[in-house]
Design a protein around this ligand. Structure first.
Ligand code: ADP
Length: 242
């Protein structure tokens, strides 16, 4: 049940590539249902941390737990986290409906169950009228929503999003931000969102983690970060000059 799952505990986690610490001793508690954004300049370790949470990268030091139980040894496919990355990687030959239901059909769920669940997802992302189209017949924003519906279809405890709006133009980005925020509110899934775009972070997040050189510089709500930056780096990163 989604209501009971989705908190993450990151404990003194590091990632070493050789002797280089891409992520350096990060500890972080993520609440279930939270929209948490990892914000920082290119190379600050955001994707590396996300990949360790996803299970695509082993952690070098420390531990990561889901609802209090370590998942450090759990392979990515057993973690069952949803993922939305830039580029979406939709299946071009499949309809929107089949793209969204893909994970459920791989899990051999009954056809009637898949159909009902995909209908729910189509409604969630407002693509009811596009179920039979192929991804190539959709706009960039619509494709992005198919990717989101596909990732949420199997009710993951956590959804990981890595710069999902990076390929969209500015105007569309703002529109999709609104939709994403609305969808988060409706599903109640824990969202962990990686971006270098401060505006995206400020407009959507419950809390923002500002990263620099593999470490956490500051954590807080958008308002806290904006009004009380701890230092010049944080301040300038949020677009404030003092
Ligand atoms: P961000 O997502 O914030 O842009 P990354 O997590 O991608 O940052 O990278 C953090 C640092 O780790 C960068 O300096 C990057 O060059 C380095 N890095 C990432 N992946 C590898 C790898 N597989 N091998 C060596 N260095 C890596």
């Amino acid at each position: 049940d989604l209501a009971d799952t989705g908190s993450l505990q990151v404990r003194n986690v590091s990632k070493l590539f050789g002797t280089f610490r891409a992520v350096n001793n990060i500890s972080l508690d993520i609440q279930k249902g939270e929209f948490l954004t990892l914000l920082g300049p290119s190379g600050s370790g955001k994707t590396t941390l996300l990949m360790m949470i996803a299970g695509f990268l082993d952690i070098s030091e420390g531990d990561i737990a889901l609802d209090g139980s370590s998942i450090a040894q759990t392979p990515a496919e057993k973690r069952n986290f949803g993922m939305v990355f830039q580029g979406y990687a939709l299946f071009p030959h499949m309809s929107v409906r089949d793209n969204i239901g893909y994970a459920l059909s791989v899990r051999k769920r009954p056809t009637s169950e898949i159909r009902a669940r995909v209908d729910e997802m189509l409604e969630l992302v407002q693509l009811q009228d596009f179920a039979d189209r192929k991804p190539g017949q959709l706009s960039g924003g619509q494709q992005q929503r198919v990717a989101l519906a596909r990732a949420l279809c199997f009710a993951p405890p956590v959804l990981l999003l890595d710069e999902p709006l990076g390929a969209l133009d500015k105007k569309l980005r703002v529109e999709v931000q609104e939709q994403l925020k609305d969808i988060h509110r409706r599903v109640g899934t824990t969202f962990i969102y990686v971006t270098h775009d401060q505006e995206e972070a400020l407009s959507m997040s419950d809390r923002i983690v500002i990263m620099r050189d593999g470490a956490i510089e500051q954590i807080g709500t958008p308002q806290e970060l904006y009004e009380q930056p701890v230092n010049q780096f944080t301040a300038s990163f949020l677009g404030k000059s003092n």
